[in-house]
Design a protein around this ligand. Structure first.
Ligand code: NI
Ligand code: MN
Length: 239
């Protein structure tokens, strides 16, 4: 399967049968707009245009604006199914988006592409208009023979060890920008807790509060025998 980074915490995951979009915060992201403006091959950047994205599912980890900004427009245009906690799914249903699958923490469901477990995140989850967004979460995705943890926004938590007890992860996509979420040192520990040395970073650099030093952070992981990948915006990686 293919993973494309759309900046901040947003990814497209293309599985054999379906394409999943995570936490779309694309049009308001100045880093994305810079990449699009400077692209030598604009066609290769089609995924960075919310008006062009093709997906079958939109997975939302929590209700914050920097995770849902483009969700409503993409859901309405594509008819994709929104997968999130009950409160967030209901908030979209009230806007007429009724193709949905509500979940809550600890729950699991089998979709056409594979299985999803909605796992706890230590964070907050107000929706952009101030509505209650339920509890924040992350996802464990099992598809095409691979198992991937997408942390959402979270602090380091001992509960992550439960993920290692239940799953053998191939990749852990984790927030690493610090200030609002885990920073690099906590992600190192989190990768031990979830027992996965193949980490893909997210939720860094977008705002001043969450800028990280890429080479220093990657070296920090290398020194512990771990691999940290910080994808370029628009880059696609084969998982
Ligand atoms: Ni957040
Ligand atoms: Mn966030």
């Amino acid at each position: 399967m293919q993973l494309t980074y759309l900046g901040h915490s947003s990814f497209l995951l293309k599985t054999k049968v379906s394409t999943l979009l995570f936490d779309p915060f694309i049009s308001p992201n100045s880093l994305v707009n810079e990449v699009r403006k400077n692209a030598l091959d604009p066609a290769a950047m089609a995924n960075l245009d919310p008006a062009n994205i093709k997906c079958d599912y939109v997975l939302l980890s929590h209700g914050h604006e920097d995770h849902v900004a483009d969700a409503e427009a993409i859901l309405k245009r594509t008819g994709a199914k929104v997968v999130s906690n009950f409160e967030i799914v209901s908030w979209y249903a009230a806007k007429g988006i009724t193709n949905n699958h509500p979940m809550n923490l600890g729950g699991r469901w089998t979709f056409d592409f594979g299985r999803v477990k909605y796992v706890p995140a230590i964070h907050s989850s107000g929706l952009p208009d101030g509505a209650y967004g339920g509890n924040p979460g992350g996802f464990v995705i099992q598809a095409d023979g691979k198992t991937i943890y997408y942390s959402g926004d979270t602090a380091l938590s001992y509960d992550m060890k439960l993920i290692a007890e239940e799953f053998e992860l191939d990749y852990a996509i984790m927030c690493i920008g610090d200030n609002f979420t885990m920073g690099p040192k906590d992600v190192l520990k989190a990768s031990d807790f979830v027992n996965c040395n193949n980490v893909i970073g997210m939720h860094y650099d977008t705002f001043g509060y969450i800028k990280i030093d890429h080479s220093e952070t990657i070296k920090m992981f290398e020194s512990k025998g771990k691999k940290l990948t910080l994808m370029n915006i628009g880059e696609t990686k084969e998982l």
